[in-house]
Ligand binder design. Structure first.
Ligand code: SAH
Ligand code: TMP
Ligand code: ZN
Length: 400
């Protein structure tokens, strides 16, 4: 049992994913320091239904100068963020604040349009990339105190936006008090994160890792908003990152509530039930044993397997299954800050895509399955060489 970070209710564990490292801590091969581990387990609040981690990793361990993830690594995501920016601009927003703006993929569109904005981003190297792209950035964690300072200096925000960031933040009370301090009376707080409904439906258990503290649903977000004097007024399903929901919060009565909210709430009737979550947990164990069996068989047959995409998600899979360099030779990844390092916990080397193309393996384990369409469309030479993809979500399968 632990205490809910939203409502202080009792959180009951339903899945233990074991001892796990920091998902984005890619280590230099000669790093002598001891690696940090914590227990990754997930539970559900019996009061407000919020699904959340049982243990919290201190934020400075995850988000710091060398945080390696960049948003610009996917062309689909670049188009997605351009469309989000254009929508805010078309609605006439005159001051847009983004939490977790990362390398500024969304805000650079706003900056190019000459519209007032601010990115709040604690991770130094990625914040520098945003600044270099012309984005106004504050290198800081967003929380109540930061929000009050921004409000005093810059006035109210028409839009506060956070993509794949709000679910990273356990201290939600401070965040929502900050939103309340900063948001204009008729402003909107828009955030999008992996959706519990999709995670359960696709058994995408690797969406669970240190940075993903909350797995939101319409029901839990509705409760969370209400407890902080805000209202959930719209939801929109998004196809990105394996299924997300974009939630829009506003001050009570400021905006009409769309029927999409009621429809999603109705569709979620059994989502947070013990039966549903226990079923999810047992499907995870099946994937684990199927994947270990497949990779072990391939090793016994002397077949090479290379990982594709050193995602944060891949830390959960490799460490849950005990997959090391004996089963996966290396992981190909486009992110400079991950290359020539070892993946957390597993110690699998990360190498640039050129190393993958130089000597195609017979099998590639698709850790970046959320970018499958984009990746499969560009990796035609791998397929033509006879290469096959291994996926493990929603079940273990060899494609090709
Ligand atoms: N929005 C980008 C980046 C998501 S990664 C995208 O969708 O691709 C999550 C980001 O949130 C990281 O860059 C991290 O540094 C940032 N972050 C973590 N805690 C934060 C906080 N309290 N305030 C603002 N940003 C935060
Ligand atoms: P994400 O799933 O958290 O967005 O991470 C995707 C990772 O995969 C990131 O490290 C970049 C990498 N990647 C590639 O190596 N090749 C690709 O074509 C894409 C889209 C991502
Ligand atoms: Zn709760």
């Amino acid at each position: 049992m632990s205490t809910c970070r939203i409502c202080a209710g009792a959180v009951t564990e339903f899945l233990d994913l074991g001892r796990q490292p920091l998902s984005d801590a890619f280590r230099l091969p000669d790093d002598p320091s001891e690696e940090f581990f914590y227990r990754l387990a997930v539970g559900v609040c019996g009061t407000c239904s919020m699904v959340q981690l049982m243990e919290e990793v201190p934020r400075e361990r995850m988000f710091h100068q060398d945080y390696p993830y960049v948003s610009q690594g996917s062309s689909v995501m670049r188009a997605h963020f351009r469309a989000a920016a254009e929508r805010f601009l078309a609605a006439g927003a005159s001051f847009i604040v983004e939490l977790g703006c990362n390398d500024g993929t969304m805000l650079r569109v706003v900056a190019e349009a000459g519209v007032r904005h601010l990115g709040v981003e604690p991770s130094g190297a990625v914040a520098d990339l945003a600044a270099a792209a012309g984005v106004r950035v504050r290198k800081d964690f967003f929380e109540e105190a930061t929000a009050r300072e921004i409000r005093a200096a810059d006035g109210p925000a028409d839009v506060i936006y956070a993509a794949n960031t709000l679910c990273h933040i356990p201290y939600m009370g401070s965040i929502l008090r900050g939103v309340d301090a900063l948001l204009a009376d008729d402003g909107v707080f828009v955030f999008e994160d992996p959706y519990l409904g999709d995670i359960v439906e696709r058994t995408s258990f690797d969406q669970i890792y240190d940075e993903h503290f909350f797995l939101f649903s319409a029901r839990s977000v509705d409760e969370m908003a209400r407890r902080h004097g805000l209202e959930l007024v719209d939801v929109e399903r998004l196809p990105v990152h394996g299924g997300e929901v974009r939630y829009t919060l506003a001050r009570p009565g400021a905006r009409p509530r769309t029927s999409a909210v009621d429809e999603l709430l109705a569709a979620e009737a059994d989502l947070a039930s013990r039966t549903t979550l226990d079923g999810f947990a047992s499907r995870v164990q099946k994937i684990r044993s199927d994947l270990v069996t497949l990779l072990t068989d391939l090793r016994e047959r002397g077949e090479r397997v290379v990982g594709y995409g050193a995602t944060a998600k891949s830390a959960t899979v490799t460490n849950l299954c005990g997959i090391g360099p004996d089963l996966v030779e290396f992981i190909s990844d486009t992110t400079p800050a991950k290359q020539h390092r070892l993946a957390p916990g597993s110690g699998i080397p990360v190498r640039p895509p050129a190393d993958f193309a130089a000597d195609y393996p017979p099998y590639a384990l698709l850790f970046a399955w959320n970018h499958a369409e984009e990746i499969m469309a560009k990796e035609t030479a791998f397929r033509e060489s006879g290469g096959k993809w291994i996926v493990y979500v929603p079940e273990v399968r060899v494609i090709g």
